[in-house]
Design a protein around this ligand. Structure first.
Ligand code: DLL
Length: 445
C-alpha cells in the first residue's frame, strides 16, 4: 500500500480543526423565520405558475380547464386550486414536452427508468444545476458532512440522478468526492479505508451489501474513519437504520428526492434523525388524500405533492409523488426552520394488496431485520393461484427460520406468507436501488 495512504495519515486528516458542530451551509436560508419563508414561497410560486402558463402548453390548458390563471394565486393555500401533474404526463410528453425552456438552453438531461415503455426524462438549465448543487451541498452538510471530508459516493452515475447529484453537491460543499458509483464492492471497501472516507453516500441496501463484503474480507469498517452514511433513493426502515449503524459504525441519515422534482436533496435528516427537512425556499410541500385528491392537514399521513418554486427547465406544479408520508412544522433541535417529512413508508402505487391486506415491503423489512438468525436480504414474490394472491418471502438465514418468520409476519402485519429460506448469497444483492418485489401476477388484473 502507498505510504501516503497508511492509516496514520488518515487519522491525521480526521484530527484537523473542524467547523463547530452546529454548522449550516446556508444559515440565512436554513434558519429563515417561517413568516419570511411563507412570503418568499408565495412570490416564487406566482413566478413558477406564470412561467408554466407562458411556456408549457399542457399546463396552461390544464389551468384553463380548471378555471385558474396565474394572477389568481394570492395566498399559499390557493395552490390547491391548481391542477396536479403526474408521472404519466411526463411519459405522454416524452421526451421534452413539459420543458419550459428550449432544449438548446439545457445543459443536462437525466431519466428515471420507467417500469414500462419509455423512461421519464428531466432537464436542467445551468441555473438549475447550480441550484441543485447548492441544495445537495446544504443537504450533505445537514447530514453532518463538512468541507474537507472525503465523501465516498456509491450512488450510481449515469441517467440516475443519485450519482451526479451527490457528486456536484459534495464538490460544492468543498469536500473531496470519490466518484466510485455502484459495483465492485470489494474494491469499494479498500478505497473507503485507504482514502479515509468520512461520509458514505449509497442506497441503504447497497450500504448493507458493502458491510457484508467488508465483513467477509475481515475488514472492520467500524474501526475506520467512516462516520456518516447518507442513504436514500428507496424506502427503508428504522430497523434497517439500526442494522446499518451497528455494522458500519456510522450515523445513518435519510435523504429523499426524485428526478421529476430535481433529484436527491429535496429533503434530508439532520443530526436529530427525527424527520427530513424539506427545503421550503425551493419547494412547496402538500399532503393529499390519494383517493379524493383533497389536501390533508399537518400530521396526517397521505400522498406527498410537491411544487417546484425556482426551477427553470422543468417547473413542476403539484406533482403527485405517490410517496406516503406526514408533514410536521414544529421546532427542530438543529435550529432549522424548514418543515419535516416523516420517513417515507412506501408508495401508494407499489403497495401490495395481499388477500385484502395492504402491505408495504418496508413493513416486512422491519419484521425481518429485527429477527435473530435472519440476514437483511430479502425479496417478496407475489403470485396469483386461482383467485388468491400468494406472498412468498425469500430470505437468507438459519435453516429452521421459516416458521419464526411466518409467525412474526402474521402477528405483526396480519398476513400469511410462505417463507423460503435461501443460502447465504442466494438472494440477489443490490448495487443501487434494491428490487424488493417480484410481482408475477398476470398483468391484466
Ligand atoms: O431516487 C433520487 C435520489 C437519489 C434520492 C439518491 C435520494 C438519494 P428517482 O430515481 O426519480 O430519484 O426515484 C424517486 O425513489 O419517489 C421515492 O419513491 C423513492 N425514494 C427516494 N428517496 C427515498 C427515501 C431518486 N429516502 C423515488 N425513502 C421517490 C424512501 C425514497 N423512498
Amino acid at each position: 500500500m502507498n505510504a501516503m495512504l497508511q492509516p496514520r495519515f488518515v487519522t491525521r486528516v480526521h484530527q484537523r480543526a473542524r467547523p463547530p458542530r452546529r454548522w449550516y451551509y446556508d444559515r440565512d436560508a436554513e434558519t429563515m423565520p417561517r413568516e419570511t419563508l411563507g412570503r418568499l414561497q408565495l412570490r416564487r410560486l406566482r413566478a413558477t405558475v406564470k412561467s408554466a402558463w407562458q411556456n408549457v402548453p399542457l399546463m396552461r390548458a390544464r389551468m384553463e380547464a380548471a378555471g385558474v390563471k396565474p394572477g389568481d394565486i394570492g395566498a399559499l393555500d390557493q395552490v390547491s386550486a391548481l391542477p396536479f401533474t403526474q408521472k404519466v404526463d411526463l411519459r405522454d410528453a416524452y421526451p421534452f414536452g413539459l420543458f419550459a425552456r428550449p432544449r438548446q438552453s439545457l445543459v443536462r438531461l437525466h431519466a428515471s427508468s420507467g417500469t414500462t415503455g419509455k423512461p421519464t426524462v428531466v432537464g436542467y438549465t445551468r441555473h438549475d444545476i447550480t441550484l441543485w448543487s447548492d441544495l445537495m451541498a446544504r443537504s450533505l452538510a445537514c447530514a453532518g458532512a463538512r468541507p474537507g471530508d472525503v465523501i465516498h459516493n456509491a450512488y450510481g452515475y449515469g441517467l440516475f440522478t443519485g450519482g451526479l447529484g451527490a457528486h456536484y453537491g459534495a464538490e460544492r460543499l468543498g469536500a473531496t468526492v470519490v466518484p466510485v458509483s455502484g459495483g465492485m464492492t470489494e474494491r469499494q471497501v479498500m478505497l473507503m479505508r485507504d482514502f479515509g472516507a468520512r461520509v458514505l453516500c449509497a442506497t441503504p441496501s447497497y450500504a448493507l451489501n458493502i458491510a457484508e463484503v467488508a465483513e467477509q474480507q475481515g475488514v472492520d469498517l467500524r474501526a475506520s474513519s467512516l462516520e456518516i452514511g447518507v442513504f436514500g433513493a428507496e424506502p427503508w426502515s428504522e430497523a434497517m437504520r439500526a442494522e446499518i449503524e451497528a455494522r458500519l459504525g456510522v450515523k445513518a441519515v435519510d435523504i429523499y428526492g426524485l428526478s421529476e422534482i430535481m433529484g436527491p436533496g429535496v429533503a434530508v435528516e439532520c443530526e436529530a434523525q427525527d424527520g427530513l427537512h424539506g427545503w421550503e425556499d425551493h419547494f412547496l410541500f402538500e399532503i393529499i388524500d390519494p383517493e379524493s385528491g383533497r389536501p390533508r392537514p399537518d400530521g396526517e399521513a397521505g400522498e406527498l405533492v410537491i411544487t417546484t418554486l425556482t426551477k427553470q427547465a422543468l417547473p413542476m406544479i403539484r406533482y403527485r409523488t405517490r410517496d406516503i408520508t406526514r408533514l410536521t412544522r414544529g421546532r427542530c433541535a438543529c435550529g432549522r426552520t424548514h418543515l419535516r417529512l416523516q420517513r417515507i413508508t412506501g408508495r401508494n402505487d407499489d403497495m401490495l394488496i395481499i388477500r385484502g391486506v395492504n402491505v408495504y415491503p418496508s413493513q416486512i423489512e422491519a419484521v425481518l431485520v429485527g429477527l435473530p438468525g435472519i440476514a437483511p436480504h430479502y425479496q417478496l414474490v407475489v403470485e396469483r393461484r386461482g383467485n388468491m394472491d400468494e406472498l412468498t418471502i425469500e430470505v437468507e438465514g438459519d435453516a429452521d427460520a421459516a416458521p419464526r418468520v411466518q409467525h412474526h409476519v402474521k402477528s405483526m402485519i396480519g398476513i400469511s406468507a410462505a417463507v423460503v429460506v435461501k443460502k447465504p448469497g442466494e438472494v440477489p444483492r443490490s448495487q443501487g436501488k434494491a428490487v424488493r418485489v417480484r410481482d408475477l401476477r398476470p398483468k391484466s388484473r
